[in-house]
Design a protein around this ligand. Structure first.
Ligand code: ZN
Length: 220
């Protein structure tokens, strides 16, 4: 649901309103100057919240803003990841896999979304750069796109099964926030298979990407 649908207030009135406007998340805009579009930030749990290991060496910044979002599935089992503790455990499991098995310095993806809809930072400093709306951490999620694409790992396997609604809702909110912070068009949301020889993010999830782009645009 967009702010405008939520408030019943049209965009034109929003842009010319001088009153204090209360957004759905409790954020308030004050002032008499014309308001610019504001995207409420979803709740994102940083690496400290889920007790991530430190990276094995310093993460690198790309020196540029991202120009796209790349959607992944983890290919883990579609078992419930049971709320916050289960979601944090998934983030740790991915980090351990990427560091200990793949030999990477940290989680490969910038962000992770659990099957219960928790949004978590993946590679350290990804959230810092997103909040700043400039530059990005170099990731390790899509060959050829790691310095241009923000990678989001969605927990589960979505070859024949769709992601849970709560995951999808978090993904829409997260993509809208990323697009707003970095000035990206929602049409710049892709699946991993658009760039590499992989089934990721699964046939069913991949087929949902046109709807995702449209839902993200509507949420902005
Ligand atoms: Zn992938």
């Amino acid at each position: 649901m967009s702010f405008f649908e939520h408030s019943g207030m049209g965009r034109r009135r929003f842009l010319t309103s001088a009153a204090a406007l209360s957004l759905g998340t409790g954020a308030v805009i004050l002032g008499s100057t014309p308001a610019r579009a504001v995207q409420a930030a979803p709740t994102i749990y940083d690496t400290t919240a889920w007790n991530a290991r430190p990276p094995s060496s310093a993460v690198s910044l790309a020196g540029n803003d991202p120009n796209k979002i790349v959607v992944h599935h983890t290919a883990f089992d579609n078992t419930p990841d049971t709320g916050q503790s289960g979601s944090f455990a998934i983030a740790k499991e991915i980090q351990d896999l990427h560091m200990d098995t793949n030999g990477w310095i940290d989680s490969g993806q910038h962000f992770t979304i659990s099957r219960t809809g928790y949004i978590m930072e993946g590679r350290h400093r990804s959230l810092e750069r997103l909040r700043a709306g400039s530059d990005m951490v170099v990731g390790a999620h899509t060959v050829g796109q790691n310095s241009q694409g923000i990678g989001i790992e969605n927990n589960g396997t979505y070859i024949t099964e769709a992601p849970p609604q709560v995951l999808y809702t978090s993904l829409v909110g997260m993509c809208a926030y990323i697009c707003t912070q970095y000035g990206l068009n929602p049409n710049e949301i892709y699946g991993h298979r658009d760039f590499n020889d992989t089934e990721c993010p699964g046939d069913t999830f991949y087929a949902m990407l046109p709807q995702l782009r449209s839902d993200v645009a509507a949420a902005m």
